[in-house]
Every structure is written in structure tokens, then in C-alpha cells.
Design a protein around this ligand. Structure first.
Ligand code: SFD
Ligand code: AMP
Length: 626
């Protein structure tokens, strides 16, 4: 067996992940822990300064409620999120994040994040809830505060966490390995906060060949949160809700600034604006088809109807939008100046968060003020934010949660001591970077309270850990034993390499679970067949092989993706309707069934029996008048 030293770390609260939610958790936990003399430890697979979705930076903060300025009310935000998710949302969780999010944004500004201001010193809004930022160093700034709060001695970087440690029905830690040294890590904790982001590359991406690896969301977020919580036996929610963003084609540049700030139109290859020409289709998805803004999936859907009829490509009319704003300046000189300003803002929007889109513009001689750019629906992603919703089913806040949604501690999953935030927690969409940070703070405060309420030492079964260690390192052993038996090590009947494993997973999901190649369409029969093929993939996971530590990480990333995939397919099957056309379409159940399915489709894996349980939970409103 691979000879790895075992390193044990004992702590009170373990924060798993180092992204936006984890950094928020670190700041808050440090504050409450200090008061009680508790220890807080954070572990990230990468380096906190540039890890997670915000690694490259962002050009906007997409959740700012502006409560103090009286711009909006809490109810406005809850209405917005519920409508965007076609009625399926945990209003108590959305409320809880929204009431705290502005303070996270104010902290970012205090820590040095440049937020755009107008001549009067007010924030420049991209849209009603979105603020423009100079965000290239956003993550570095947020990470610095987390590092200062915890101290580097309590932060473990470049440790890939594989799964949970359980003590009966309580989560008491996590296991993983260093991606730089031959070391196996055992973190023992009284409470664990999972914030390992969402899942990318579960579906076959549009990017292939020379573009392979390019995705909208970061490829290094590989479903570890979902795997961790599923394997702990936690109830999961909205596993059927994949998010499909519309993006500038091939490099995935964001569209929000174009639609909201520059007020651009998108048109098909014939110059028709699908939001107008297809407006009649919205009648079929009432009441959500008639709300403003039109839900993200329905915006996608109207566009897809054009594409499926061969009316593509779809263009973002950047040229038209920029020139219209410039011309409204009045005289020619002012218009010219405005045009230059807008041009530079357009480039900055990409340079701040999707640099490859700026490179693609440069490579294809695209001047946004002169010619339009193609946009397209991307492949599906699993995230608990934006207009996605997948994640763990967590307890709501005591003052706002209906009794069906409350079991003691904010953001605790159905497993004792296991807390979730950011993309790891479900049914609380539209939290984005700022809301994830705020949710991390909420969860961390509750997790510290859990530690204070449960101060007893936790029990970790050493024999079980030994077995887990052997299982985690097994791909190295398989490679060492068999790689010499063929002329070239990447063709070998004794094992499967992680990349090939990932390709197979993506092909199954693409063809059977409604990926790009099937125009996001699936059916009962396709899903049943997909599930069968996934079961063979699960068998082959036992034969994954890794030549080195990097590949060992790749092996486990892909196992994590596979579990996210299975939870998705099972829940697509369970929800017997089409609720989110534009994200997926069930050809055998082509309509929305509000009578039976205005409900959460939850699922739970039983680690003892290996059985899956599907559970329907009610949607309960927090405002009586809704
Ligand atoms: O426009 C392990 N997001 C945007 N949010 C905004 O507020 N404004 C925007 O403009 C945004 N846009 C955007 C966004 C993201 C991306 C990639 C692009 C554009 C191109 C969304 C936010 O970034 C997102 O909501 C939050 O970052 C989510 O926070 P969190 O904490 O749930 O996830 P994370 O930040 O990705 O961090 C994950 C961490 O987990 C680590 N990790 N650690 C140990 N072991 C493992 N096995 C692990 N697996 C993962 C990661 O390293 C990371 O530290 S726009 O397009 O919408
Ligand atoms: P995106 O760049 O697509 O991630 O969008 C950034 C923000 O703008 C998110 O809050 C989106 O929900 C919002 N948004 C993008 N496009 C539109 C649109 N056409 N109508 C309303 N909101 C939008």
C-alpha cells in the first residue's frame, strides 16, 4: 500500500473549503470562537487567495439589497428569488441571507474592494440588485480578511478533502490528502462546515479539443460538497435544478452587464428579438411566465426555441447598445467621449472575471462597438446560487423558519454538527459571491453555538479511518501494480484513468440526462437507461488508477462528480413534470403540474444500506399575503 504519513489535526470547528462562504465563515467563527476559547481550522484544496469561483475575480456583486438606503424591502428580494425559481425556494433561507448580505458588501469595501461610485458617491448599480466593482482582486481581498481572522497556522492549503468522518449520526471531521506531499490528513472536529462549492464538468461541456477545460464555473469545483453531504447521510434538495447560464459563446463571458447596464438586445440570425417574438410562449408557464423579470430559465427557453428551429446563431447586439447610449449624449463630441468610456467598460467587464473572453475578442478582431457577438446556452452546472438551487437541505433561522424548516441551528443539515453554506446549501438561490459570504457567516455563528452546546469529546473509530485511508489511496496502488504491464500506461485493461472516467460520465449525462447534444431534453426512459449506465460506471470507480498525487485528486474529483450525477438523475426522475424549461425539458412530461409538484424534491442516501430515499417536502411561504 502507498506509504503515506497520517497527520491528525484536532479542532473545534472545521471549515471545509476556502471560497466565498468559507472566508465569510472564517471571519465570523474567529470572532465567536475567541470569546469562548475555541479553535477554528480551515482546509482548502487550493490556496485561499485565489481559490474557488472568484479566483479570476468578478466584475459585479450580484446580491446587494440596499436595505439601509430604503431602495428595496426584504419581501422584494424574496419575491424576486421565488419567482425566478418558478415558485420553488426556501423563502426563510433567502430572507436570512438577504438581511445580512449588505453588511458583507460593506465589509468588502472596508477591506479595500473598489465598488463603482457615481458623481454623488452612490454605488453604481448594474441592475436592481447588482453593483459594479473593479473586482480583479476580489478574492485576494476577501481571503486576506479570513487569513487575518484565523491566522495562517489554522489554515491548511492544498489538502484535498475526500469525505466525512462520522460518529453515529454526528459529523465529527473530514479526511483527505495533500496534493503536494505523501500525507494523509485526518481532521477531527466537534462541528464541520462544508463550503466546497458546486459541481462543474458533470455534463459534457461545449468546450472540446483545444478549448477543453474552459467552462463558465470553475472546473476545480467538482461536486465535493454534494459528495460530502450525501456520504454523511444528509438530506439533499433541488438536486434536479441544474443551472444553465447564457454566455458569450466559447469563452463564457458574462451577459448581465450587457442586458442590465448597457440595456442590450439579443437577436437571432434573422435579426428577430426572441424575448418579443416568443412572448406568447410565456403564457404556458403561468404564473411565473408573467412575472418581471422573466425567470432565467424561461429567458433561456425562448432563445432555445429559436435555436432548435435553426434560427441561430444568437447575437448580443453590443454594437447597437453601445452606440445607442453614446448617441443619447446629445452633441457629437460628448457622444465620442461616451463611446470610448463604454468601450473600456465593456472590455473591463470581461478582464475582471472572464479574461479568456477578452482574449477571444482580441483573437477574432471583435470590437464590441462595431460588431455583435454570439451568445449561447452553456452546459448544465450544479450550484446553490445564481439561478441554480442544488445543495443540502438545511435548517432555517428560528425567527423566520416555519416549523417544517427548523431544527435548531441555522444552516445545519439533517446531520448533527454538519453545516453547509454557499453552493453547498440548497434552495436559497441568488446569493452569489456576497450572499455566499453572508451565509458562511450565518452558518459559522450557528456552528460555534453547536460546539458550545456539545462540548463533549468526539469519538473517531481508528480502525475505520485506516480502512478509509486504504480506499482513498487505492488508485495509486492500482497504478503501481499494473502500469508496467502494458507498453503504454494509458492503455491498460486493469484500470481506468480519471480523464477517461470523466469522459464516460459526461457522455452518459449529456445523452441521457439532457445535456447540450440533446437540446437539454430527456425522458423517463432515457433517465432509467442513464441510471443503469451510471451503475456500471460506479462499479468501474473501484478500478480508478493514479500515477501521482495530482491524478489521485483527479480520481476523487470524478467520483464526487459521479455522485452529483446520480443524485441529479434520480431527482429528475422523481419530479414528474417539466418545471424549468430552459434548464431541462421532460419530453414525456412537457407541462408544469402546480397541483402536485409545487413542492421540493429531496433525496437522501443511506450510507449503511446504500439505499436512496426520495422525499417530497412542502413549499411554505413566510409572508402571509403570498
Ligand atoms: O455574473 C475544496 N459568481 C458571481 N457572483 C457575484 O456576486 N457576481 C458575479 O458577477 C458573479 N458571476 C460569476 C460568478 C462565478 C464565476 C465563476 C464567474 C462569474 C465566472 C458566483 C460566485 O462566485 C459564487 O456564488 C460564490 O463564489 C460561491 O461561493 P462558495 O464558497 O460556495 O464557492 P467557491 O467560492 O467556489 O469556493 C469553493 C471552495 O472549496 C474549495 N474546494 N477544498 C477542499 N477539498 C475539496 N475536495 C474541495 N473542493 C473544492 C475550493 O478550492 C474553494 O476554496 S456571474 O457570472 O454571475
Ligand atoms: P449574469 O452575467 O448572466 O450572471 O447576470 C448577472 C446578474 O444579472 C444576475 O443577477 C442575473 O440574474 C441578472 N440578469 C442577467 N440577465 C438578465 C436579464 N435579461 N434580466 C434580468 N436579470 C438579468
Amino acid at each position: 500500500m502507498a506509504n503515506f504519513e497520517t497527520v491528525e489535526v484536532t479542532t473545534d470547528l472545521l471549515i471545509v473549503g476556502g471560497g466565498m462562504a468559507a472566508c465569510g465563515a472564517a471571519v465570523e467563527a474567529a470572532y465567536w470562537a475567541k470569546k469562548s476559547g475555541l479553535k477554528v481550522t480551515l482546509v482548502d484544496k487550493a490556496a485561499v487567495d485565489r481559490s474557488g469561483a472568484v479566483a479570476m475575480g468578478l466584475s459585479a456583486i450580484n446580491q446587494y439589497v440596499g436595505l439601509k438606503d430604503g431602495q428595496n424591502s426584504m419581501k422584494d428580494y424574496v419575491d424576486y428569488v421565488r419567482n425566478d425559481l418558478m415558485g420553488i425556494t426556501r423563502e426563510d433561507l433567502v430572507f436570512n441571507i438577504a438581511r445580512h448580505v449588505d453588511s458583507s458588501v460593506h465589509l468588502f469595501e472596508k477591506w479595500g474592494l473598489p465598488i463603482w461610485k457615481d458623481a454623488e458617491g452612490n454605488y453604481v448599480h448594474e441592475g436592481r440588485w447588482q453593483l459594479m466593482i473593479n473586482g480583479e482582486s476580489y478574492k485576494v481581498i476577501v481571503a486576506e480578511a479570513a487569513k487575518n481572522a484565523l491566522g495562517m497556522e489554522n489554515i491548511y492549503e492544498r489538502i484535498f478533502i475526500v469525505g466525512p468522518i462520522m460518529d453515529g449520526d454526528r459529523c465529527v471531521g473530514a479526511v483527505g490528502f495533500s496534493v503536494r506531499e505523501d500525507k494523509f490528513y485526518v481532521f477531527k472536529a466537534k462541528s464541520v462546515l462544508v463550503a466546497m462549492g458546486g459541481a462543474v464538468h458533470v455534463f459534457k461541456p461545449r468546450s472540446s479539443g483545444e478549448g477543453l477545460g474552459r467552462a463558465w464555473y470553475p472546473p476545480w469545483n467538482s461536486g465535493s460538497s454534494a459528495y460530502f453531504t450525501l456520504k454523511a447521510g444528509a438530506e439533499m434538495t433541488c438536486q434536479e435544478v441544474r443551472f444553465i447560464p447564457v454566455r458569450f459563446k466559447d469563452a463564457y463571458g458574462p451577459v448581465g452587464a450587457w442586458f442590465l447596464l448597457f440595456k442590450s438586445r439579443a437577436t437571432n440570425g434573422l435579426g428577430e428579438a426572441y424575448m418579443q417574438t416568443r412572448a406568447g410562449e410565456l403564457e404556458n408557464w403561468k404564473p411565473y411566465g408573467k412575472v418581471k423579470p422573466v425567470p432565467a430559465n424561461l429567458r433561456n427557453w425562448l432563445m432555445m426555441l429559436d435555436v432548435n428551429e435553426g434560427k441561430g446563431p444568437i447575437f448580443m447586439r453590443t454594437d447597437e447598445a453601445i452606440n445607442k447610449i453614446a448617441e443619447s449624449e446629445g452633441d457629437e463630441k460628448a457622444a465620442k467621449k461616451k463611446l470610448r468610456e463604454l468601450e473600456s467598460e465593456a472590455w473591463e467587464d470581461f478582464l475582471d472575471m472572464t479574461i479568456s473572453q477578452a482574449i477571444l475578442w482580441a483573437a477574432t478582431n471583435t470590437a464590441p462597438e462595431q460588431k455583435p457577438s454570439e451568445i449561447a446556452a452553456a452546459e448544465p452546472y450544479f450550484i446553490g446560487s445564481h439561478s441554480g438551487a442544488s445543495g443540502a437541505w438545511v435548517s432555517g433561522p428560528k425567527d423566520m423558519a416555519p416549523e417544517e424548516y427548523f431544527w435548531g441551528y441555522d444552516n445545519m443539515s439533517t446531520i448533527n454538527g454538519l453545516f453547509c453554506a454557499g453552493d453547498a446549501s440548497g434552495a436559497s438561490s441568488h446569493k452569489f459571491s456576497s450572499g455566499s459570504h453572508a451565509e458562511g457567516r450565518i452558518a459559522a455563528k450557528a456552528a460555534i453555538r453547536f460546539v458550545l452546546d456539545h462540548p463533549e469529546d468526539v469519538n473517531v473509530d481508528t480502525a475505520a479511518i485506516k480502512e478509509i485511508k486504504a480506499e482513498i489511496l487505492k488508485p495509486l496502488d492500482i497504478y503501481a501494480e499494473f502500469s508496467g504491464k502494458t507498453v503504454t500506461p494509458d492503455v491498460n485493461p486493469n484500470y481506468i484513468l480519471p480523464k477517461m472516467f470523466m469522459f464516460r460520465l459526461q457522455k452518459i449525462m449529456d445523452e441521457y440526462a439532457g445535456g447540450v447534444s440533446t437540446a437539454f431534453t430527456t425522458s423517463n426512459t432515457l433517465l432509467e437507461r442513464g441510471l443503469e449506465l451510471l451503475s456500471f460506471l460506479r462499479e468501474d470507480a473501484a478500478h480508478l488508477a493514479a500515477a501521482d498525487l495530482h491524478d489521485l485528486m483527479r480520481c476523487w474529483e470524478n467520483v464526487h462528480r459521479m455522485w452529483q450525477a446520480e443524485a441529479h438523475v434520480r431527482t429528475l426522475l422523481f419530479r414528474d413534470e417539466t418545471r424549468w424549461p430552459g434548464y431541462y425539458f421532460r419530453s414525456d412530461k412537457p407541462v408544469m403540474d402546480n397541483e402536485n409538484w409545487l413542492a421540493f424534491a429531496n433525496c437522501k442516501y443511506d450510507p449503511d444500506t446504500g439505499d436512496w430515499e426520495m422525499i417530497k417536502r412542502p413549499v411554505v411561504h413566510i409572508y402571509n399575503e403570498l
